[in-house]
Design a protein around this ligand. Structure first.
Ligand code: PCA
Length: 325
């Protein structure tokens, strides 16, 4: 057992004692995105539900915006027991475990209903993968569909050559390179600064992150593509989870299931609001043109093939199960 995992076990044992004594446990929950973003607001709702359904045994304090741990450090902090619980963008972990990129496959599941179906198909193998990483997923929640932000009109890859592109995982870096752009990975929390300083002048994301980061201050065009609807997940350290009694686990899981539903509904409800806000603030919000879209589809098919090659049989099984339903 590594030192890091031992720390997790020690933390879990402390947790057991706390419950056996009848004392409440206080859990800090780092989250990666803006405090006013619905993911974070739903995280607060989750914490309230957990307190209610565990009769105050588990008190969660939400730390949004990467304030406790930066987005890139949250998973590790949970795995090693520095914090018991936290939230992060699932496909950011696909470089370590390719299967976790299941929700970044371009043009496979482009509506909320399809994305929910894909998650159902992926859930068991994703959970098995997370178990290997010393994690238990409590709930996942989709972002709205992903499209491209630019500081000019773009009709095809002829217009994207050499542009500095902010990526949020390795799949988006590949997408950018295929379009002749130069990817640089940057957290959503640092996006405004990156655009202001010219570190990047393009990125792929939902209307949500463009709105949170007021990107109309720097960029002019948003092209709706709806390439995929990636998910965040709230995860807990396995030892911490296993040290809880069954009743406490059931209370937390009930809170998680309710939050999965309320968070997905909120995402869908806000998707068009975000587009309206981008437009109200002066951005051109449009569907990607046919030439650009045709190129994106070719790149997308290639990315899916690459993912299948890296995710192996478990990846293929997800796609097969999704298509069979
Ligand atoms: N916003 C997050 C991830 C996906 C999204 O819509 C981001 O851009 O980092």
């Amino acid at each position: 057992m590594t030192y890091a995992l031992k720390v997790g076990v020690a933390l879990a044992l402390t947790a057991t004692t706390a419950l056996a004594d009848g004392h409440a446990q206080n859990w800090d929950m780092p989250m990666a995105y803006a405090a006013t973003n619905y993911h974070s607001e739903q995280g607060v709702l989750f914490a309230e539900r957990v307190a209610e359904y565990t009769d105050g045994a588990i008190n969660i304090t939400v730390h949004p915006g990467g304030s406790l741990f930066g987005g890139g450090d949250i998973k590790r902090a949970i795995q090693t027991g520095q914090v018991p619980i936290g939230e992060r963008f699932m496909s950011a972990h696909a470089n370590e475990a390719p299967l976790l990129g299941w929700d970044n496959l371009p043009f496979i599941a482009t509506s909320y209903a399809e994305n929910a179906k894909l998650w159902e198909a992926a859930r068991d193998s994703v959970n098995a993968q997370l178990a290997d990483l010393n994690l238990v997923a409590l709930y996942t929640c989709p972002w709205p569909g992903q499209g491209f932000y630019f500081n000019k009109e773009v009709a095809s890859s002829a217009d994207t050559q050499g542009i500095k592109f902010r990526s949020y995982n390795s799949a988006t870096a590949t997408f950018a390179e295929e379009l002749g752009m130069i990817p640089v990975q940057i957290e959503a929390a640092e996006l405004s600064q990156a655009l202001a300083t010219g570190v990047a002048s393009s990125f792929i994301s939902s209307g949500s992150t463009g709105y949170d980061r007021k990107v109309w201050e720097h960029l002019s065009h948003y092209y709706k593509v709806n390439a995929w609807l990636p998910r965040n997940y709230v995860m807990v350290n396995t030892q911490v989870w296993e040290a809880l009694d069954a009743e406490t686990q059931a209370g937390i899981q009930k809170a998680a299931d309710e939050t999965a539903a309320s968070c997905a509904a909120k995402s869908e409800e806000l998707a068009n609001f975000y587009f309206d806000e981008l437009a109200k603030n002066g951005m051109t919000v449009a569907d990607a043109g046919p030439d650009f879209l045709a190129e994106l589809e070719v790149i997308g098919a290639k990315m899916t093939e690459e993912w299948l090659a890296s995710a192996g049989d478990a990846g293929q099984a997800i796609i097969d199960a999704y298509k069979a339903e």
